[in-house]
Design a binder for this molecule. Sequence first.
Ligand code: TRP
Length: 348
Amino acid sequence: MGKIVLTGDRPTGKLHLGHYVGSLRKRLEIQAEGDYEKMYVMIADSQALTDNFLNPEKIRDSVKEIALDYLACGIDPKKVTIFIQSMIPELCEYTFYFLNLVSLSRLERNPTVKTEIKLKQFDNSIPVGFLCYPVSQTADITLFKATDIPVGVDQLPMLEQANEIVKKFNNIYGELLVECKGILPDNEAAFRLPGIDGKNKMSKSLGNCIYLSDDSKTVYEKVMKMYTDPAHVTVDLPGKIEGNVVFTYLDVFSKESDFPKYLPEFKNLADLKEKYQHGGVGDVKIKKFLYQILEELLTPIREKRKELENNLDSVYEILEKGTMEAREVAKQNLKDFKKAMKINYFEP
Ligand code: TRP
């Protein structure tokens, strides 16, 4: 059997450049190569509700925004099944039985969840649903027999936990579920794209994002605000590369061919870095260069998004069709699952 690719995003807002380089770009590559049996992209609204249960409107609205972002970036519904998590009730059944296969202390050790708990200041009142979302994520992956999961590094603990549950399940109920592996971005600088403030990972809650749907002017302003080297106050002073967000972004987004096009006085990124460190290259110059590169990426996405926004019915049709398709697979696979667990009472 070929690869089954599955991945998803929590709909808690529009997608930003961190999402793009962390996983979207890889998905588009996989889609273009076409070397898979099936590919799913899931909008994880149930998971988003585990820490946004007070905000159902926000999640509902973000489902639409994320669908627009996917399609605008080029996720092709003819090649990829896009679906909404909460519309697949079979996922809840998998989750319920998986909860037996994991201990509370194991859940509390998950480093990504731990960080999130701190960030959200749950302190001693962690919602059980939130703590258990990695178990529901295991259901997302295994229900569709997914083997390849394009994700950012912060999701690796989820995949590790999923594979532990898979092993345990197979041990007890027989070899049914498949283990998965994470597919990371090629470029290490993309693992944790910093926000424009340079302090933290790009994240909506920190207000340091460049969104895929930002207009040109907004992108320009955000790039101009980017953190560089605070000691680089005049052009002729040497500048630092480490921790300089503009260079981190150039590592991730620039190509060799951008130099003759936008910055012909430098041979390539290594040359630009060397001269910047030496002194004589201003921040505005490197920022304008980055802006041009980002605009080349974002302009077509923005245009496609506008088109789709004017045709929302077609977007919902795509979601509904994808969800129906995923549901059929889910129903089928649940049968084997129940059989393995000996809870298929009325089946011949
Ligand atoms: N936890 C992922 C995120 O925060 C979203 C997600 C839910 C997911 N289910 C998944 C990712 C299954 C990969 C596979 O972005």
